[in-house]
Design a protein around this ligand. Structure first.
Ligand SMILES: Cc1ncc(C[n+]2csc(CCOP(=O)(O)OP(=O)(O)O)c2C)c(N)n1
Ligand SMILES: [Mg+2]
Length: 349
């Protein structure tokens, strides 16, 4: 616990952990794919931010810009038969299982071609065939579903797992304690992933909890847990691999907490909306220096795995995809009115 407390003290100080990642020992193709996926998620969400500001998107978007290392580092240990759940800030979660940003764009525009056929919007995403079972903005609402889905996977004789992405705010909901307890006692191979971005809406964790780490909730339920630098995609990947594999093999739960930070405010395109509640402009600037994509890309430049020009080309290629996906989504049809009262249950078309 003391090691964790020391690590936490360093992790919540944005001046720490700003250095490029050490990429030695990794296959170039793995690093390239990881950087590519993180950049896809980043640029897709930046597009949502600008379209929301412009007014094209009607409903709110909760962006995870700055937090991509969590979704991507974890998803590298998952397969499409796993059962992943998210919440209100889940663009990165669904895209890390299937980076189809045309479907995301279509969904936020309410189009028939979207992830949820235009019926859900940004906060109700689903892509079951790629392992993303669903996101719901009732904070922590999907956590018990992940426990049940994981239990079912085990009972069906597979080694697939259930996984719930939750925030440091969601952990404060009673149902998460019940879910941890149940997952342990059943047992159910549920992976609880906490993206501890230090804020729930506009309030810092230090104003809400006696400790800033959430691992103590896992410890209370004797669930194996670890704390990682949530802006270091290689560390998230490596460390979560061990726990996720244990869950797969033994059918037991585990808990992974990553400390990270969102560049935008709680919702939509402004960066300064939370400023004043223990989130100063200076802090934001320091956190930008711990940017997970920058740390990986600079690590790859320094190891001569890619050049700056290569990375510019990657950005250009993804930006082109984003433009064409957005234009296509804009032209796509809305669901027809006769679908309004259907599609309520999962077996309806
Ligand atoms: C049950 C419930 N209570 C309150 C809210 C309002 N709400 C939406 S997001 C949020 C904060 C969640 O914080 P956290 O879990 O840390 O996720 P983050 O936004 O930081 O990703 C709250 C309180 C809600 N949607 N559902
Ligand atoms: Mg939070």
């Amino acid at each position: 616990m003391n090691d964790k407390a020391d690590l936490l003290t360093r992790l919540i100080n944005p001046k720490e952990f700003q250095e490029p990642l050490d990429v030695s020992g990794y296959e170039s193709s793995f690093l390239y794919e990881t950087l590519y996926l993180m950049t896809q998620i980043r640029l897709a969400e930046e597009k949502l931010a600008s379209e929301r500001e412009f007014g094209t998107i009607g409903g709110p978007v909760h962006l995870s810009v700055g937090q991509e290392a969590m979704a991507v580092g974890i998803s590298k240990n998952l397969n499409k038969k796993d059962r992943v759940f998210g919440a209100h800030r889940s663009h990165s979660h669904i895209l890390s299982m299937n980076p189809d940003f045309h479907k995301l764009f279509a969904e936020v525009l309410g189009k028939e071609t979207g992830f949820s056929r235009g019926m859900g919007g940004s906060m109700h995403l689903t892509d079951k065939k790629n392992g993303f079972y669903g996101s719901v903005p009732i904070v922590s609402g999907t956590v018990p579903l992940a426990v049940g889905a994981a239990f079912d996977a085990r009972r069906s004789g597979t080694n697939n797992i259930g996984l719930a992405f939750i925030g440091d705010g969601a952990i404060e909901e009673g149902v998460v304690q019940e879910s941890l307890n149940l997952a342990k006692i059943l047992p159910s191979p549920t992976v609880f992933v906490v993206e501890n971005n230090l804020f729930a809406s506009h309030m810092n964790i230090s104003l809400r909890q006696p400790m800033r780490s959430t691992c103590r909730f896992a410890e209370a339920n004797k669930v194996e847990n670890l704390l990682v630098d949530g802006n270091n995609v290689l560390e998230v990947y490596e460390k979560s691999k061990v726990l996720i594999n244990n869950s797969r093999n033994d059918g037991t739960p585990c808990f992974i907490e990553g400390v990270t930070f969102r560049h935008y405010g709680h919702v939509d395109w402004r960066k300064d909306v939370d400023v004043g509640v223990d989130r100063s402009q200076e802090d934001i600037e320091e956190w930008m220096k711990r940017d997970p994509i920058q740390r990986l890309s600079i690590g790859m430049f320094e190891a001569a795995i890619i050049s700056k020009q290569d990375y510019q080309n990657i950005n250009d290629e993804i930006s082109q995809d984003i433009i064409s996906s957005w234009e296509k989504a804009i032209k796509d049809p809305y669901p027809t009115e006769d679908k309004l009262l259907t599609r309520v249950y999962c077996n309806e078309d």
